[in-house]
Design a protein around this ligand. Structure first.
Ligand SMILES: Nc1ncnc2c1ncn2[C@@H]1O[C@H](COP(=O)(O)OP(=O)(O)OP(=O)(O)O)[C@@H](O)[C@H]1O
Length: 311
């Protein structure tokens, strides 16, 4: 069956340096895909490439990105701009930067509605105030009259979440949406994201370092390392029956009093231009062939894919 959104075999470079290699992942309507991996593994780049907003020097050099029946790599900038905001939305990792610095939040909401239609401004404002209230932003009217620089990081994060949700997108990219929030607000945001899926069938690409958030929210999990997907599948398979040595270490590294220390190294230097498994320098199970050959992403059990010669 055709997926709502799928990335197939995507390569991304910044300048001449490969950053993502052969990345494939997808979501159905209403599905939440959790993307985990250490800093620099390529999670944000996967999101920005999907939205067509890679930074300077960044380009997709191979593969395909499909939304419904459209190949996004073939759309014009104007067509991509129309998709972003209404059908596909982003909660950015650094929300302060995602707002215009010298325009009030209300005017930015107005602009969003003007570009993407659907709601009247009054309806959008009511919807925005209701979402803000639910995620513990009590003084919504005052916030709409504020500039981003007048808000704390956590407030900006919540306003950007409300703004991303206001048009009930079909697909939401959320890059560390809870990282700047305290635990109570994290719970509210997680609850709102789950409600968005329930009410509108919104699919979510959720990047998080927090395995608790991923294991609570995600249906499917992708584990990234060195710009590649090392393990992919239904959450219960990947988290409860992790097969890749890196995923095992990642799960083992979640703090707990009664667990043995991880084997191998969690984070090791990885030259993305060199042959061999990206995790070869950190893996305690590596053999000679891991230095020379790249393992493929193989289906180890139904619906559970692993990139390792020894699984
Ligand atoms: N604008 C850029 N120019 C050059 N290289 C970049 C740029 N943005 C990202 N990279 C490189 O791409 C790689 C992947 O970065 P990315 O931000 O996607 O990782 P990440 O997994 O999201 O990390 P984090 O968890 O810290 O956000 C890193 O090696 C990074 O240095």
């Amino acid at each position: 069956m055709k997926k709502l959104f799928s990335i197939e075999n995507m390569d991304v470079c910044y300048g001449d340096s490969p950053v993502l290699r052969g990345v494939s992942m997808s979501v159905d309507k209403g599905e939440i895909l959790g993307i985990v991996g250490e800093s620099g593994s390529g999670k944000s780049t996967t999101i920005y490439a999907s939205l067509g907003i890679l930074g300077k020097g960044g380009r997709v050099t191979g593969g395909s990105i499909r939304y419904e029946d459209r190949e996004l790599l073939k759309l014009s900038e104007e067509e991509m701009r129309r998709l972003r905001g209404k059908e596909i939305s982003l909660i950015a990792q650094n929300p302060v930067e995602s707002f215009h610095p010298i325009r009030k939040i209300r005017s930015q909401l107005k602009e969003l509605i003007k570009c993407h239609g659907g709601l009247s401004f009054q309806e959008a404002e009511e919807q925005m105030l209701a979402i803000m209230e639910k995620i513990n932003l009590k003084d919504g009217k005052r916030i709409l009259n504020s500039y981003a620089f007048e808000m704390s990081g956590g407030m900006c994060q919540r306003v950007s979440i409300a703004m991303a949700m206001v048009l009930s997108p079909m697909l939401l990219f959320a890059d560390e949406p809870t990282s700047a929030l305290d635990v109570t607000v994290q719970k509210q945001v997680v609850g709102e994201l789950l409600k968005l899926r329930e009410d509108f069938g919104t699919a979510v690409f959720l990047v998080s370092h927090n395995m608790g958030v991923i294991s609570h929210m995600a249906d499917t999990v992708a584990v990234m390392y060195g710009g590649m997907v090392l393990e992919y599948g239904k959450k219960d398979l990947v988290i409860r029956n992790a097969l890749h040595p890196y995923t095992k270490n990642l799960i083992q590294a979640v703090p707990s009093m009664d667990k043995p220390a991880p084997k191998g190294v969690l984070s090791a230097a990885c030259d993305r231009s060199a042959p061999g498994c990206p995790y070869r320098n950190g893996c305690s199970c590596k053999k000679e062939q891991c230095e020379e050959l790249m393992p493929g992403l193989q289906e180890a059990e139904p619906g559970h894919f692993v990139r390792c010669f020894f699984v």
